[in-house]
Design a binder for this molecule. Structure first.
Ligand code: ADP
Ligand code: MG
Length: 895
């Protein structure tokens, strides 16, 4: 490669290198560089010079740090060296990817005229700005998920948010409450978030809030005018040729339209494309769907395990049976946008059910496998980024359509019928692409060999010249050998000297007069002749013409495909859904999942339900123990689940949560039978130590999450509380758990179905006072000292926490266990000393005892009131809450 670099464009590169080496930095090249750089503030500029991309000044330092490129210097400016770093042009893709992944925005500046034809400095321009959100690179954009660019702005007390995936053409916008916004951003996980600069400047609080909201997104501040209502609305109308924004549902939401407009302008400018494939920004509303707040998504391990990684087993990984990236992405979208309306859910169920019959799902998958990522191929096509392989792949996707429609013709489900009738085999597109492009075209569209013979008469003719040219050269070689009598004479070619005759040193005396010497090598000399030069003129010209023509024909094909983009996109959407549904049907059939019945209201009942993920990952030989559950607003609103650690409480709660979610998604569920009343939201409060990594007090987080539930749960919610009050002292925790349960039971008009798992077995007493609370526990069998968890849920409370038994299983030393038993016995028999020091201390040795008594006397100056109050209290009959109150009162007396 190294040689051809200088061979190819010797003039441009060395001239400019020289220019940049001059001591005065105001060389024409650096002036051009500065001028382009000024138009792209905040971007790292990849400046094309011949076969290299170079970065200067600060950009060079960034490139050195991020890309690990050697930092050199070129010339000086103001007495200082000008730093420079560069890499060869063919390595653009990986370098771009690394830069963007590190959070930078890169402006790619190309030579926009042929250096050989340029007079003076080659003209250059930025052809693309690559950022996290405006990016087509497969090294950055994962096939398994959408890559969202989002734009956020204030809309009075609410927020406006627009988001788009430029690789697929999806585009949405809406206005949301702060709470819904959080929920959306957590689901969308945008790669890049655009905000008006004024927002971060003027509002201290909001600025901070924003950074947090953005999560892992790159935050890009745009001039405020990007978000101007009127200008944005005008731009949108023009872009979509619409008289008003009514059709998009954005007429009454000026800020949502402004965000959409800002996003469109930014993406269009960065990608240097009219973005004809970007659908109009459809209005997005959360009403009518099943909501999952960020904590719940985390706790139920939908797309990430609690440890935070995406590779571990999650609901997503279990559900993902898709055979195309499109189906995989749609599944993710289904997980964060869950319908709350029965018609929609049942339509999906019907489609899954129909594909379960006669193994249609499996057969459909076989057909869909070759479709690949039609959706993103269309995105590349529409933004001028498709190559020959992309278009062949696109045709491959179309080719399956007729057989697929035929296969599904018999399926009874209305949703399947909709999806298949919406498919268009586009025979013209298929035949034109396959007849124009060779079967396996190269990656590049500028290096030829991609257009079939017979497509263009001109191309055929040029190819003919080239092919016969080879014959001519062979013939010429033979002729010259004969004429000169030099048997080893060879016709050769290189980029510097073109065609030439090479003659070895030993034959030099026989070289004819008419040969003109060009170059001397160690053992040979190189010559040209008039005839050879004339041929070269014609042949090289033909070669160049062929490349130009092939590229032009390819562009014409791509352009001709332009008007078909919407139909191709519709196909992609429908094939994606068919893929997803086929996968869900295969899963349901293989795992014997059942079709849940969704009811508008009434009882939630699951028979023999299993946890969809744990069921899959249990070690060999272990079987998941299924359980039933019944909850109803009228009778069994709250199920209080007690049992020792490791018994399976959390798993049971999550099972109910996940089955409810799956049912709303239109999936079958891991149970023998399921009836589920439609829900508006699933709330969870799980685990006491998940947020340590975020550096927040676990107890504070626990209480925040609980407060959120108490404030937002409705009659139609499902609430899963796992261990509330664990993060504080026993009495505090117990009393909070107690009061929270009462509150959930008594919230007027808001009887959320609730599962509450707790190790506070004292709470079982609540069953006496709360009429819609039921106790349940997890069966524990005791064999002598050993205990065994059967994982079976039984009615009634658990009176024993088995903590010491679990400790024994874990290998705590015998002495410790024995002593713990002793302390427990004392605690349970309410053995407290008169001075409130529990008598838990070991019986001290006599000498020690003396010292201790004198010591205690210092602190325990007995207060008369306190003693009396304590003596008078009926500890035997007290509820834990009353005990708590007493404690507080007693401490008050001390002060
Ligand atoms: P708890 O919340 O009561 O401490 P978990 O729900 O965390 O208990 O369960 C502990 C472990 O027991 C889980 O990791 C799981 O592997 C196993 N387990 C729980 N429920 C079941 C079940 N129904 N069938 C089989 N194994 C189970
Ligand atoms: Mg647990």
């Amino acid at each position: 490669m190294g040689v051809t670099v200088t061979d190819h464009e010797p003039a441009t590169r060395s001239d400019e290198r020289a220019a940049s080496r001059a001591t005065d930095a105001s060389t024409p090249m650096l002036r051009q560089y500065r001028e382009i750089k000024q138009r792209h503030p905040g971007h790292v500029l990849f400046y094309r010079m011949g076969d290299f991309y170079e970065m200067f000044f600060e950009d060079a330092r960034i490139a050195h740090e991020v890309l690990g490129l050697a930092l050199t210097s070129r010339g000086q400016q103001g007495g200082e060296d000008v730093p420079l770093a560069g890499f060869p042009h063919h390595a653009l893709e990986p370098h771009l990817a690394r830069m963007v992944r590190a959070g930078y925005r890169v402006a790619v500046c190309e030579q926009v005229e042929d250096p050989r034809k340029a007079k003076g400095l080659v003209r250059r321009d930025v052809v693309e700005v690559v950022t996290a959100g405006t990016n087509f690179s497969e090294a950055v954009v994962s096939a398994a998920r959408n890559n969202y660019l989002a734009a956020l702005a204030e809309a009075g007390p609410a927020w406006a948010l627009a988001w788009a995936d430029v690789t697929t053409g999806e585009f949405r916008s809406g206005q949301f409450s702060p709470r819904d916004l959080r929920l959306l951003l957590a689901s969308l996980e945008p790669a890049e978030l655009l905000v008006p600069a004024g927002l971060t400047r003027d509002r201290e609080g909001r600025g901070r809030e924003l950074a947090e909201l953005a999560g892992g997104a790159v935050l890009t501040r745009l001039e405020d005018w990007f978000f101007d209502d009127a200008a944005a609305a005008r731009d949108l109308r023009e872009h979509y040729g619409a008289a008003s924004l009514k059709g998009f549902g954005l007429e009454e939401l000026p800020r949502a339209a402004a965000c959409a407009g800002a996003l469109l302008a930014y993406a269009r400018d960065n990608l240097r494309s009219p973005l004809a494939h970007l659908g109009p920004p459809r209005r997005h509303e959360l009403g009518g769907s099943l909501l999952l707040d960020p904590a719940t998504r985390r706790n139920l391990e939908l797309t990430r395990s609690l440890a935070g990684d995406e590779d571990g087993p999650t609901l997503l990984s279990v559900l993902d049976q898709a055979v195309t990236p499109m189906g995989r992405r749609l599944l993710r979208a289904w997980l964060w946008s869950v319908p709350g309306r029965r018609e929609e859910i049942e339509a999906r169920q019907g489609a899954v059910a129909a594909l379960m019959e006669e193994r249609r799902g499996e057969r459909l998958q076989e057909r869909l496998r070759p479709v690949g990522d039609l959706e993103r191929l269309v995105g590349r096509l529409a933004t001028g980024r498709a190559n020959g392989r992309d278009l062949r792949a696109l045709a491959g996707g179309l080719a399956v359509v007729p057989a697929l429609c035929e296969m599904l013709a018999g399926a009874a489900a209305p949703r399947l019928a909709e999806l298949t009738t919406g498919l268009d085999p586009l025979p013209d597109v298929l035949s034109r692409v396959t007849q124009t492009l060779v079967d396996s075209p190269p990656l590049s569209v500028t290096q030829g060999r991609l257009i079939r013979d017979g497509v263009s008469a001109e191309l055929d003719e040029l190819r003919e010249i080239l092919a016969h040219g080879k014959d001519w050269l062979r013939d010429y070689e033979l002729r010259e050998r004969e004429a000169s009598g030099i048997g080893s004479l060879k016709v050769r070619y290189n980029r510097v000297f073109g065609y030439h005759l090479e003659i070895s040193r030993s034959n030099l005396d026989r070289v004819p007069e008419r040969y003109q010497r060009r170059q001397t090598l160690a053992n040979a000399e190189r010559y040209v002749t008039e005839e050879l030069r004339a041929y070269e003129e014609k042949a090289l010209h033909a070669e160049e013409r062929v490349l130009e023509l092939e590229e032009r024909l390819f562009r014409e094909l791509a352009e001709w495909l332009g008007p078909h983009v919407p139909a191709l996109q519709r196909n992609a959407r429908h094939l994606a859904e068919l893929d997803l549904i086929a996968g869900l049907s295969v899963l349901a059939r293989r795992r014997s999942w059942c079709r849940p019945v969704l009811v508008d209201e009434g009882e939630l009942h699951l028979r023999q339900a299993r946890h969809p993920v744990i069921e899959q990952v249990l070690p060999a030989g272990e079987r998941f123990v299924p359980n039933d559950v019944t909850l109803s607003g009228a009778r069994e609103q709250i199920l209080l689940l007690t049992g020792p650690n490791m018994a399976g409480k959390s798993t049971y709660l999550r099972t109910v949560g996940l089955v409810t979610l799956l049912a709303h998604m239109g999936c079958f569920v891991p149970a023998e039978q399921a009836t589920i009343p439609l829900r508006d939201q699933i709330f969870t409060r799980v685990g006491a130590n998940d947020n340590l990594a975020r550096g927040e007090s676990t107890f504070l987080v626990e209480m925040q999450e609980t407060a959120f539930i108490l404030n937002h749960a409705t009659d139609r919610s499902l609430v899963l509380l796992d261990e509330v009050g664990r993060g504080t002292s026993t009495f505090d925790g117990l009393s909070l758990a107690w009061a929270i349960t009462e509150h959930l039971h008594d919230m007027p008009g808001r009887r959320a179905l609730t599962l509450f798992a707790t190790h506070y077995h004292e709470l079982v007493d609540l069953e006496h006072s709360l009429t819609r609370l039921r106790n349940a526990n997890i069966e524990v069998r005791q064999f002598g000292e050993r205990i065994v968890f059967t994982r079976r849920i039984l009615p009634g409370g658990c009176s024993h926490s088995y903590g010491i038994d679990v400790a024994r299983m874990a290998g705590i030393p015998r002495e410790v266990l024995a002593r713990a038993q002793e302390v427990l016995a004392q605690l349970e028999s309410h053995e407290y000393a008169a001075d409130l020091t529990p008598t838990l201390q070991r019986k001290p040795a006599a000498a020690e005892q003396v010292a201790r008594t004198t010591q205690l006397a210092l602190f325990a100056a007995p207060d008369q009131d306190l003693r009396e109050r304590l003596r008078g209290a009926d500890l035997e009959r007290m509820t834990p809450l009353e005990a708590m109150r007493l404690l507080i009162e007693l401490r008050g007396l001390l002060d």
